[in-house]
Design a protein around this ligand. Structure first.
Ligand SMILES: Nc1nc2c(ncn2[C@@H]2O[C@H](COP(=O)(O)OP(=O)(O)OP(=O)(O)O)[C@@H](O)[C@H]2O)c(=O)[nH]1
Ligand SMILES: [Mg+2]
Length: 287
């Protein structure tokens, strides 16, 4: 059976909100590699003033793209200062150095584990540094960092907890019909499963209250987008979308495989996450 509506939770609301929540929801404990890299990162940047909006970027072999992306992140979003945290894991090129030169705070992990694992670590670092809002974008230039204030705005205004940009509400430079069809199909499926309107579930340009990243169970190593989105929706966080124009990857190739592999793996994470969240007992959480 599919439940069509979920309670919403924003800071604009108050009091107890009924949420589907397990005894142990939330970010998995960091492994020893993450602990070590986080300690080095936090110590290295201890004296750098923290910003309330952290833009977290996972980057793997993106030396030709990452500097341009970091440089394009606005220094202020909706009146709040930003900082850029780039997590590079096991890259075989100069991604980390390029990001650092462009002004990002860089966390280097010696082994490659995937975008999901890198973002999880990045979320942890952002929270540890005191960010109240975490935004994400991709290191390949596929999304326009100039739109970061657009995804932050509904959160600052108390209208949403989790905001995704949407190419379908805006436009896309992609002529890949299979990929574009996949976006439509998975958007319809996730909207049905969560009861919240979603038009672009794989968009990498997002913003959320920092607490969302700690409250939602995240364990996907690579195909992380739908896990966070579905987990947030089914935990009762209020989603919103804003239009964006998607320029597409600047150079290099996808790390996620061809369309068939991407579609199958994305779909598997959608169903697995929905099933996991659906089976959680309903609990009460302070909003
Ligand atoms: N740190 C880290 N980042 C990764 C890894 N795999 C992908 N990324 C980054 O995650 C972002 C998205 O990866 P892409 O390969 O472009 O995948 P995608 O954007 O979901 O899919 P495409 O539409 O095919 O580009 C990029 O910034 C990648 O550099 C990884 O193993 N480690
Ligand atoms: Mg990409």
């Amino acid at each position: 059976m599919v439940r069509l509506s979920w309670p919403h939770s924003t800071q604009a609301g108050s009091g107890a909100t009924v949420l589907r929540s397990a005894g142990r929801r939330g970010a998995a404990a960091l492994g020893p590699v993450d602990e070590q890299c986080a300690a080095v990162f936090l110590e290295e940047h201890r004296d750098r003033p923290a910003a309330s909006v952290a833009v977290v970027i996972a980057a793997y072999n993106e030396e030709d793209n990452v500097a341009q992306v970091v440089a394009a992140v606005p220094e202020v979003a909706c009146g709040q200062p930003t900082e850029v945290i780039v997590v590079v894991d096991g890259a075989t090129d100069n991604t980390a150095e390029a990001a650092r030169r462009a002004g990002a705070l860089v966390c280097e992990v010696p082994v490659n584990r995937g975008q999901g694992a890198a973002l999880r670590l990045g979320y942890h670092l952002a929270r540890q540094r005191g960010a109240s809002i975490i935004a994400t974008t991709d290191a390949d230039g596929q999304w326009d960092p100039a739109d970061i204030p657009k995804v932050v705005a509904p959160i600052v205004a108390g209208q949403a907890d989790f905001v995704s940009a949407s190419r379908r509400l805006g436009s896309t430079a992609s002529t890949d019909w299979a990929r574009n069809l996949g976006v439509v199909v998975f958007a319809a499926l996730i909207s049905l499963l969560t009861g919240q309107r979603v038009t672009d579930p794989s968009c990498g340009l997002r913003a959320m209250r920092a607490g969302v990243t700690a409250a939602v169970a995240l364990d996907q190593p690579q195909y992380q987008a739908s896990e966070l989105l579905i987990g947030a929706a089914m935990a009762g966080y209020k989603l919103a979308e804003v239009p964006t124009a998607m320029p597409g990857r600047k150079s290099g190739t996808t790390k996620k495989g061809g369309n068939l592999v991407y579609g199958l793996r994305f779909g598997a994470v959608v169903l697995r996450t929905w099933w996991r969240e659906w089976r959680r007992p309903v609990n009460t959480r302070r909003s």
